[in-house]
Design a protein around this ligand. Structure first.
Ligand code: AMP
Ligand code: ZN
Length: 489
């Protein structure tokens, strides 16, 4: 842990209050965030949790130490939308191969988008299809403990078997009943019951199981992967608001009932929606623009938008508030970012300190708008350090700034040396000594020194001293021994 007692507070959807964050184990702070379903390019709304939880990851690493934080973000690579996309795009390939093409391509794209948005890689990015056995084990124990049943070829979770089902979303089973009248789920004991395992036809992907060849429901994958990498109870679970119900509610039901625990995660965090004209950006509404289109094309607002600008546009608003996504917002973020870029060219973060006012803002339920406002007030070199910490200034910019600064340093050094030698040459001329002659002797002495022939080096020094020429040894930028001379007065 770094200095002092960390005072992170986070809003917990489960308790509907802002709570002091106390990790279960400060040596291994554990966070799980639901990741993308890899069937198509992610839109900029999907980028919001990616960016928000990256800020939290960075803050936790800062407070508890980078090696003491485990961040898991899964890849959902089994889903009916993926099957449909595989059949549409690769109708001539065997299904498994077609699915692999879709998921690999989409996953690669997602990872490249996430990188462009300045996010650190999560510690683990497990794929659902690599965790089928873990899901089956969980389903097995839910059946064994009487929390699940078989019906019409499906294994379903029995919501009435969990007395406090619905805590996260504040829904009770009657609410769910009312909403379920339209559903044709005659095989369910209760309308709120949900699928853990369903049978697959020959044209659907499937895995052998005690309940026939089939595939998992969506929720069970996160229960299985979080357990595998973070344990039965961990610190923070995150995602967008739309995941509270049913996804997170059902993850909690599965994990707690399978393990007999009181909590799956202690703190549940949800980011607000990115909206377009008051409506949630979503694939189904068609009101979306992909991260890739923003980065690579001028489709939105007539220009490409650097990842840092998209990130800043996102963090200018508190993560729980809705964001209205517009060109105006991006232009505003861009103008701010261009100023910062300018500062980066003059300062690099080794010089600066992250101001306490910025850390404190982030520690207060990730108050990024306040952190950004404080960044604008900070001394430039500290603002650069803080901007880098928040992922708003990229490694790329820093690398260039560092290089430029090295060149500048070396340039100044060379200029000083040139001025010095030219002054020394004037003095030598005044006493009738050739500069090249002295240069030759100095070089010979340096060679002697490097060969550890100190007697010879001293002899040359004395010879020059007799002519009134003093030598000064120093190390250059590269650590090489150099000698400067000067005519004594
Ligand atoms: P999905 O691929 O739809 O499961 O979404 C992946 C993540 O993006 C989830 O955490 C969603 O809650 C989040 N998400 C989807 N749409 C939006 C949006 N318009 N604004 C903010 N978050 C979103
Ligand atoms: Zn999930």
């Amino acid at each position: 842990m770094t200095s002092g007692t960390p005072q992170i507070t986070l809003y917990n959807t489960l308790t509907r209050t802002k709570e002091r964050f106390v990790p279960l184990d400060a040596n291994n702070v554990r966070m799980y965030v639901c990741g993308p379903t890899v069937y198509d390019f992610a839109h900029i709304g999907n980028a919001r949790p990616v960016i928000v939880f990256d800020v939290l990851f960075r803050l936790l690493r800062h407070v508890y130490g980078a090696e003491h934080v485990t961040y898991v973000r899964n890849i959902t690579d089994v889903d009916d939308k993926i099957n449909a996309r595989a059949l549409r795009d690769f109708p001539d390939l065997p299904l498994n191969e077609a699915i692999r093409r879709v998921t690999e391509k989409t996953e690669t794209q997602f990872l490249s988008d996430a990188r462009a948005l300045g996010t650190l890689e999560p510690t683990v990015q497990p794929r659902a299809t690599d965790n089928i056995a873990e899901m089956q084990a969980l389903i097995g124990s839910l059946l064994q403990r009487g929390h699940a049943y078989n019906a019409a070829g499906e294994v379903l979770f029995d919501t009435t078997s969990m007395p406090d089902y619905g805590q996260l979303s504040g829904r009770n089973l009657e609410d769910n009943l009312a909403g379920a009248r339209i559903a044709v789920d005659a095989h369910k004991k209760n309308p709120a019951d949900f699928v853990l395992w369903k049978q697959s036809s020959d044209s659907e992907p499937g895995w052998d199981s005690p309940w026939g060849r089939g595939r998992p429901g969506w929720h069970i994958e996160c229960s299985a992967m979080s357990e595998r990498y973070l344990g039965q109870t961990f610190d923070i679970h995150g995602g967008g608001l739309d995941l509270i119900f049913p996804h997170h509610e059902n993850e909690i039901a599965q994990s707690r009932c399978a393990h007999g625990t009181h909590a799956m995660a202690n703190i549940w965090m949800h980011n607000g929606f990115l909206q377009v004209e008051g409506q949630k950006m979503s694939k189904s509404l068609g009101n979306f623009v992909t991260i890739n289109e923003l980065l690579e094309t001028d489709k939105f607002g007539g220009r490409k938008w650097p990842g840092e600008v998209l990130r800043l546009a996102m963090l200018m608003t508190h993560y729980r508030e809705p964001i209205d996504f517009s060109v105006k917002r991006l232009e505003e973020a861009r103008a701010t970012w261009l100023n910062w870029r300018d500062a980066v060219r003059r300062f690099i973060p080794e010089d600066g300190q992250i101001p306490a006012s910025i850390l404190e803002a982030l520690e207060d339920d990730l108050n990024t708008p306040l952190a950004i406002a404080n960044l604008a007030k900070a001394e430039a070199k500290d603002a650069v350090a803080a901007g880098y910490f928040m992922g708003l200034i990229s490694d790329h910019d820093l690398r260039y700034a560092r290089k430029a600064r090295q060149e500048l340093k070396a340039g100044i050094h060379d200029a000083v040396e040139r001025a010095f030698s030219s002054a020394a040459a004037d003095d030598l001329a005044a006493i009738g000594v050739e500069a090249s002659e002295v240069g030759g002797q100095v070089a010979a002495r340096l060679a002697a020194l490097n060969a550890k022939d100190f007697a010879k080096a001293d002899a040359i020094r004395n010879e020059l001293a007799e002519q009134g020429i003093a030598l000064m040894d120093y190390k250059d930028e590269a650590g090489q021994r150099q000698t400067r001379w000067e005519v004594k007065r």
